[in-house]
Design a protein around this ligand. Sequence first.
Ligand SMILES: [Fe+2]
Ligand SMILES: [Fe+2]
Length: 152
Amino acid sequence: MDLIAQLIAEHQEFVHLLTRLAETVEAVKANGRGNYFVATLDSLVLPLTKELDDHALREEKFLFPRIVARGDATQVILQMVEEHGTIRGESAAFERHYGEWKAGDDQSLPLWTAHAIELRGKFSAHMQKENLIVFPMARRILTAEELAHLVE
Ligand SMILES: [Fe+2]
Ligand SMILES: [Fe+2]
């Protein structure tokens, strides 16, 4: 599996996790706090913060510079990097306010749930642009050899 195939597989996994997050938001809003919901949310925090950041970092470090080096896709790549900033911001705000709510602050509920839903929306739109525009472009302009050695 080359880096692009790996990134696409991770997109699918993030979509899956973000769907579970949105379902849990609805459940908490309807039913309030519950051990099962908190356990589910706890299991989502690491993949949707650190692992999501790591995914974006690998795109920024190994893939985007090679696309930019090939020519005229700079604007698209700059937009992707800007969207990474927005996604990181939503992810960090979700984690922070969720932590406050978990520690007992009921007023943080509308905050972490809003950032959770915003994170899902921003990530879904972003990863579709990567899957449909950026990655196919990378496959066109990079050689098979480059794709195979992208992480080196
Ligand atoms: Fe990205
Ligand atoms: Fe991505």
